[in-house]
Design a protein around this ligand. Structure first.
Ligand code: ZN
Length: 243
């Protein structure tokens, strides 16, 4: 067999693996920037600037943008390009309704399972959330608050629904960025602590009820009406990235 021919598939496969890993990293970087409010809703994700920042070609960048669009955090507009999604008031209400339904069910499942690692996972998260608050880092607090809901959803041993929660949390973050009241909308840490206690002690009905009022509380603190906020520059929002 021709040596070059036999080696090529392996080399190509390594190359494409590296390419996929790069797409994964850039996707995670932009996703986090959106969830952390560094990239504001409505920001134009200009291809030429992003290709230069990340040191990649358009084909690879478009893979990243397509994945973000599949998560509903980016909108692809024909002939105009990609934009950070700006959820409407109706979408905002729909997202919180979906969260109450799905997270209510996951909370019940988690409370009924009461897995041994659950208490440690929830406690570890509460510690991180407390640290972010003590540091007065608003963007980290908002991220940690969203993360709490993911940590709890992951305890329900229901990966398909937990994946929905990931998307809904990211969309909630965009909603909070657009519709937040003067004080940043964030979860009440005492409610997270109480929710954890109820889940860990298997009090499913009470835990579901608290999750429901907790999510309703976040929605109620938003100013759900048409809003226009100033956007930061694309490059300064994404910060440094080493390709
Ligand atoms: Zn919360």
């Amino acid at each position: 067999m021709n040596k070059a021919f036999s080696e090529n598939p392996q080399a190509n496969s390594k190359k494409s693996l590296k390419g996929e890993a790069q797409v994964d990293r850039i996707y995670a970087h932009v996703f986090d920037a959106i969830v952390d409010h560094r990239l504001q809703p409505g920001t134009h994700l200009k291809e030429d600037e992003l290709c230069e920042l990340f040191g990649i070609g358009r084909t690879r960048l478009r893979k990243v943008l397509s994945r973000l669009a599949a998560d509903h955090v980016v909108e692809l507009v024909v002939n105009r390009g990609a934009f950070v999604a700006r959820p409407s008031v109706d979408e905002a209400r729909e997202v919180f309704r979906a969260r109450r339904l799905i997270e209510g069910d996951l909370t019940r499942r988690a409370a009924e399972r009461r897995d041994t690692g659950m208490k440690a996972a929830l406690e570890q998260h509460m510690h991180c959330e407390h640290e972010a608050r003590e540091a007065g880092d608003t963007s980290r607090v908002i991220r940690r608050c969203g993360r709490y809901h993911q940590v709890l959803a992951d305890q329900a041993d229901s990966p398909i629904m937990a994946r929905f929660v990931r998307e809904l949390i990211a969309r909630s973050s965009l909603i909070i960025a657009v519709y937040e009241a003067k004080a940043p909308s964030e979860c009440e840490i005492d409610e997270h602590r109480l929710l954890s206690d109820l889940v860990v002690s298997g009090k499913a009905d009470e835990a579901v009820e608290l999750m429901n009022t907790h999510l309703q509380g976040i929605e109620d603190r938003l100013l759900l009406k048409a809003s226009h906020k100033e956007q930061n520059g694309l490059i300064s929002s994404l910060g440094s990235f080493s390709p």
